[in-house]
Design a protein around this ligand. Structure first.
Ligand code: ADP
Ligand SMILES: Cc1ncc(COP(=O)(O)OP(=O)(O)O)c(N)n1
Length: 270
């Protein structure tokens, strides 16, 4: 039976990040995608112009409508925008969700715009991250969550240990903000798993974090372990960045391209 994945995230009007990137990833990887939209953004590849939060009643309404009919096999959260929304989503998932949960603690867009209020961080730490199967901060987000500066791979590991203290089952610190490579570190409380990645020379990286966390949700829905899901999701994302490097959309940070995967031999990805 087809696997069903849910994204709880913000809308990106230009289609490169947020709910739009998540649904493209779910489809490209052969799952049925559903969405609960937490905020609207007016943005493009050059920046974010406006953000409008969706009401808490509407967020609860979307989640209730989904769960009363279609039970997700995996869930991911992306931009949640404000403290109330983090609390609403955590409260709903606590009582309704039994599927693997990927928490991408989106705080700031590549273009520099804030996508999360400062006061929401405490709710992430106390309410949402403890529910996560996997939390996927980039380096600046890992610095906020761990309370330490990250300069080296050793720092990434130490920060992962501190974030594990918040209660998730595993932490993946993404290395896309490093200058020389794009190596990610996964810590499951026992072992550090290193996913080495070459840094592809392109400015077209809009939606990398969203795409990675959605691909992780897909592979967890399909029953892979967190470690295997991380390896497969990175492979999918790397293909999407490579394709974006030669297929620019927009005038700024172009979106990653999901088309690279269509027509690929599914079996070869595993
Ligand atoms: N230029 C790049 N080349 C290859 N991989 C990249 C590049 N930029 C980001 N990545 C990868 O994309 C994923 C998202 O990383 P990152 O950019 O750190 O997160 P975010 O999009 O949340 O800021 C990670 O797996 C990272 O290693
Ligand atoms: C609506 C919305 N959600 C998330 C982001 C950030 O996307 P992400 O993939 O984490 O990173 P960049 O695209 O900023 O590299 C967004 N811009 N909009």
């Amino acid at each position: 039976m087809i696997k069903k994945c849910l994204t709880i995230a913000g809308s990106d009007s230009s289609g490169g990040a947020g709910v739009q990137a998540d649904l493209k990833t779910f489809s490209a990887l052969g799952t049925y995608g559903m969405s609960c939209i937490s905020a609207l953004t007016a943005q493009n590849t050059q920046g974010v112009d406006k953000v409008e939060n969706v009401s808490q009643a509407m967020i609860r309404g979307q989640l209730a409508a989904i769960y009363s009919d279609i039970v997700p096999d995996a869930v991911k959260t992306g931009m949640l925008s404000c403290r109330e929304t983090v609390e609403t989503v955590a409260g709903f998932l606590e009582s309704h969700n039994q599927a693997p949960l990927v928490v991408d603690p989106v705080m700031v867009a590549t273009t520099g715009a804030r996508l999360l209020d400062e006061e929401a961080i405490i709710s992430y730490k106390e309410r949402l991250i403890p529910l996560a199967t996997l939390v996927t901060p980039n380096i600046p987000e890992a610095e906020v969550l761990s309370g330490m500066a990250i300069h080296t791979e050793e720092d990434m590991k130490q920060a992962a240990e501190k974030i594990m203290g918040l209660g998730p089952k595993a932490v993946l610190i993404k290395g896309g903000h490093k200058v020389h490579d794009a190596t990610d570190f996964l810590y499951d409380g026992e072992t550090f798993h290193v996913f080495r990645g070459e840094k592809i020379d392109t400015e077209n990286t809009h939606g990398t974090g969203c795409t990675l966390s959605s691909a992780l949700a897909v592979y967890l829905a399909q029953g892979y372990s967190v470690v295997r899901a991380a390896a497969l999701a990175k492979k999918y994302l790397t293909g999407a960045i490579r394709k974006a490097a030669v297929e620019k959309v927009g005038h700024g940070h172009g979106p990653v391209s999901h088309f690279w995967f269509y027509g690929n031999d599914w079996g070869k990805m595993k």
